[in-house]
Design a protein around this ligand. Structure first.
Ligand SMILES: Nc1nc2c(c(=O)[nH]1)N[C@H]1C(S)=C(S)[C@@H](COP(=O)(O)OP(=O)(O)OC[C@H]3O[C@@H](n4cnc5c(N)ncnc54)[C@H](O)[C@@H]3O)O[C@H]1N2
Ligand code: MOO
Length: 334
């Protein structure tokens, strides 16, 4: 097969290539200064291009005679990118044989890791992505895809298309919903005014960054009855989610996990295998997400709360398996 492909590529010395059409983008790299396309595919080589071609190490160029069933790298990348494409994602033009998929919105990137792995197990075909469940902004890259050789058998790209068609899109971005969140801040030291609340501003800011809001923050002492009552009140008032802060660890005054349970929540997990954020609780009160947020959320910039919040704001239901998977790679300077 390799011999057949090679027979479609003919080397021509650049001095003899004037008037010929470049068959692919040509890259220049000057470390620290420039990396990019010096000549574009389709460029007709001129006499004055010869010194530049020689300066980037091209003494020969290829002319390609594509036979039936063989694809140029740009066409192969385009077919793979189209096969992977889901909602709120757009393609770039091919550049040096690569096509990038970019988000068109602020949202939650969903990347199907299992099928991306399946594609990447194929020889000389790549799909390089960001991690699934990342928060992305308009214009942000989600995937770059290309084939390694300059030309490739179409049947191999059809295999990628088959993998991509087996289920939903490989790459898509879910928009965030506008959640109206009820916030209950526990702790007698805050309730009695011994210290100033530092949880409210953090939770408000994190929600605002995802397009959601705190409808009201209520304060409760370390008293289960009061905490349960406030949880039920937010539920009755139609909050889309309820967050309870503080009182999440092992002291006798830590009443939050017990109160969430007592309020009737189905607990998905009390505890996440992530540091910081190990004492976080996530559950559901009917279909409403309810979380117990430990003290670290106030001061650590990235905790289990930051992993779960974007998914909740995108309307996803968190499962016990999702929590389990947070441990591997989940230690952040804690
Ligand atoms: N022996 C153990 N100690 C701790 C454990 C443990 O498992 N065993 N877990 C640790 C982890 S992890 C965390 S996180 C912290 C915090 O847990 P809590 O959520 O129970 O936090 P509190 O005890 O309620 O408060 C801790 C600290 O933060 C201040 N605080 C609380 N709420 C506010 C607020 N709204 N504004 C300002 N400051 C607040 C509180 O006064 C305390 O000083 O536990 C570890 N320890
Ligand atoms: O819940 Mo604690 O965050 O692991 O620091």
């Amino acid at each position: 097969m390799a011999v057949k492909l090679e027979s479609m590529l003919e080397e021509v010395a650049v001095e003899k290539a004037v008037g010929m059409v470049l068959a692919h983008d040509l890259t220049q790299i000057i470390p620290g200064q420039f990396k990019g396309r010096l000549f574009k595919k389709g460029h007709v080589i001129r006499e004055e291009d010869i010194p530049a071609l020689l300066s980037i190490g091209k003494e020969h160029i290829y002319t390609i005679r594509l036979e039936k069933g063989i694809l140029h790298e740009d066409e192969a990348a385009l077919r793979m990118a189209k096969a992977a494409l889901g909602a709120n994602v757009q393609l770039t033009e091919p550049h040096e044989g690569k096509i990038t998929l970019k988000s068109t919105i602020h949202g939650l990137a969903k990347i199907d890791k299992a099928r991306i792995d399946e594609v990447n197990s194929l020889d000389q075909i790549i799909m390089s992505t960001i991690r699934t469940n990342s928060v992305v902004h308009p214009g942000q890259g989600l995937m770059g895809t290309r084939v390694i050789p300059l030309i490739i058998e179409e049947a191999r790209i059809a295999e990628v298309e088959r993998i991509a068609a087996a289920d939903g899109p490989l790459v898509e971005v879910k928009p965030f919903k506008k959640l109206r969140v009820g916030l209950i801040t526990t702790g007698s030291e805050v309730f009695k005014g011994r210290i100033q609340d530092k949880f409210g501003p953090v939770v408000r800011e994190k929600l605002a960054a995802l397009g959601s809001e705190v409808i009201e923050q209520r304060f409760a002492p370390d008293d289960s009855e009061i905490i349960v009552r406030e949880i039920r009140r937010f539920k009755e008032e139609g909050a889309d989610a309820i967050f309870v802060t503080g009182g999440m660890s092992v002291d006798p005054d830590d009443r939050t996990p017990g109160s969430i349970k007592q309020a009737g929540a189905r607990i998905v997990s009390y505890g996440t295998p992530m540091l910081p954020g190990s004492m976080l609780l996530i559950g559901y009160l009917d279909e409403i997400p309810i979380m117990g947020l430990p003290g670290c959320v106030m001061h650590d910039p990235y905790t289990s709360f930051d992993v779960l919040l974007p998914r909740i704001c995108a309307g996803e239901m968190i499962t016990r398996d999702d929590i389990t998977e947070m441990g591997y790679g989940g230690l952040y300077n804690c």
